[in-house]
Design a protein around this ligand. Structure first.
Ligand code: SAH
Length: 219
């Protein structure tokens, strides 16, 4: 992996971190994780020049690797600490999962699309992180590994999945882009209070690919 991450890539990554700072990402742990994870390896090599622009990018199967700003913003809201158990819904390219793992989280990630799941699972084996990936419907969470300290949804959710709330620890945090209309999602940070009630904070509008429901996972 190391020889595939050269000084040019490292330099581009530093510039990306400065762009994120200028867009008001302030959490140094998040910025240093972005500075560490070689995003260009998550894109096909012919798209190298796009890897460190602050833009989303197609990764096949009609899906996208989220824009670095969105990854940084969601990760900042999640307030991840070393050793926390984090569940990610929507593995996609695996980039967000690696950012969380770089921050010291124990990452569990679910992907609905079989092709993408297989491709990313194989790719993640080459990365210096232990990330547990699962094929399935993220709306159902991962009952056997629950509860989680943090849950991050990286696709547009039509509603807050109660099953996932149930799999969150007391004082746990869920970050979810909740569909407001067909085009936009409102970024929510949900804090599960010790009595099980939720505190909801709103953090602006974003655009994600939709969270798929009941499409069968043989595609
Ligand atoms: N986190 C990803 C980007 C995610 S794009 C990254 O870092 O690259 C959203 C992903 O959610 C897509 O890969 C999509 O296939 C997946 N997805 C959509 N609906 C899902 C569901 N119900 N369960 C799990 N994954 C789902």
């Amino acid at each position: 992996m190391l020889e595939r991450d050269n000084y040019r890539h490292k330099g581009l990554r530093k510039q990306l971190v400065e762009v994120l700072r200028s867009k008001k990402i302030t959490d140094e742990a998040v910025l240093s994780a972005i500075n560490a994870v070689p995003r260009h390896l998550f894109l096909d090599s012919s798209f190298l020049e796009f890897a460190y622009q602050d833009k989303p990018f197609p990764i096949g199967s009609g899906q996208t690797i989220s824009q670095p700003y969105t990854v940084a913003f969601q990760t900042e809201l999640l307030q991840v600490k070393k050793g926390m158990k984090v569940l990610e819904i929507g593995t996609g390219s695996g980039y967000q999962a690696c950012v969380l793992a770089e921050m010291g989280a124990k990452v569990f990630s679910i992907e609905r699309q079989r092709k993408l799941y297989i491709k990313t699972k194989a790719f993640l084996l080459e990365m210096p992180y232990v990330i547990k990936t699962f094929l399935g419907d993220g709306n159902e969470g991962l009952a056997i590994h629950a509860p989680f300290d943090r849950i991050l949804i990286t696709a547009a959710a039509p509603e807050i999945p109660q099953t996932l709330i149930d799999q969150l620890n007391p004082d746990g945090i869920m970050v979810i882009p909740l569909s407001e209309n067909e085009k936009e999602q409102k970024m929510l940070r949900l804090i599960k209070n010790s009595d099980g009630s939720l505190t909801t904070q709103e953090h602006g509008f974003f655009r994600f690919v939709p969270l798929l429901e009941n499409i069968g996972n043989d595609n």
